[in-house]
Design a protein around this ligand. Structure first.
Ligand code: ADP
Length: 242
């Protein structure tokens, strides 16, 4: 078996006995109760579990948006749980992209300009046009959000997250506001990003069918991982039975 150091470097994330408690005393909420998890580089991982089971809390800690109470979370060999706020900001800027359920686009900016908000401040961005081509919106560059469907707006949000060429893409309910056909198209785009750029993708979802397109399926219950399944053959998004 590989020693711990080698394992940390081969993994995108190595999580050990991670806990998160919100609040104190009688009102304390134990959102994570000792999570152990490995996520390989270049994987698609799907987090499933009921509302309130701790999925977003884990994603926020791995994404550098929140801090753990105890335990360790490594990004490669870097210990996120020892980083101060400035280091976490740098980690987020250089390595991480986020996609949320609601697209958070600027309504007064075109698709291209929404993506440029990010490419202007990133170190090694791709061109906004290239990012929009990657998500299939090469013909919608100059449309405003109100002129785009929900699925198209989510694809702009994905282009914006991907344009800075992050190592990891975190997606919190990315298809939650979409019908099944549109949701599947958005998942196809996430799969394209993973396959084209090698980006590690973590997806939180209520749609259990999404698990079929993942390499690793992590089932959450009550702040802990109930089980992890590995798919030998992940399905293409369009093959998923919704
Ligand atoms: P999920 O993503 O699986 O729906 P969350 O990680 O959002 O679950 O929440 C896990 C638990 O932590 C829930 O009981 C939730 O109410 C609680 N929680 C999440 N964020 C906070 C917060 N900022 N303050 C207090 N409690 C929180």
């Amino acid at each position: 078996m590989a020693n711990t150091k080698e394992k940390e470097q081969a993994n995108a994330y190595t999580v050990k006995q991670l806990t998160k408690v919100y609040g104190e005393g009688r009102t304390a909420v134990h959102a994570l109760r000792g999570v152990d998890l490995d996520i390989g580089r270049g994987e698609i991982a799907v987090l499933l579990g009921p509302s309130g089971s701790g999925k977003s809390t884990l994603l926020n800690i791995l994404g550098g948006l929140d801090k753990a109470t105890n335990g360790e979370a490594y990004f490669g060999a870097q210990n996120l749980t020892e980083m101060n706020d400035r280091e976490l900001t740098k980690y987020r800027r250089n390595h991480v992209g986020f996609v949320f359920q609601f697209y958070n686009l600027m309504p007064s900016l075109t698709a291209r300009e929404n993506v440029e908000l990010v490419t202007e401040i990133a170190d090694h961005p791709m061109a906004a046009e290239d990012a929009l081509h990657l998500v299939g919106l090469g013909k919608r560059l100059d449309h405003f959000p109100a002129q785009l469907s929900g699925g198209e707006q989510q694809r702009v949000a994905i282009a914006r997250a991907v344009a800075k060429q992050p190592d990891v893409l975190f997606c919190d309910e990315p298809t939650g506001a979409l019908d099944s056909a549109t949701g599947r198209a958005v998942l196809r785009v996430l799969q394209d990003v993973n396959e084209t750029l090698g980006t590690t993708v973590l997806i939180i979802t209520h749609a259990a069918a999404t698990a079929a397109m993942a390499d690793r399926v992590i089932n959450f219950a009550d702040g802990a991982i109930r089980d992890v399944e590995l798919n030998a053959h992940r399905l293409a998004a369009e093959e998923i039975e919704w």
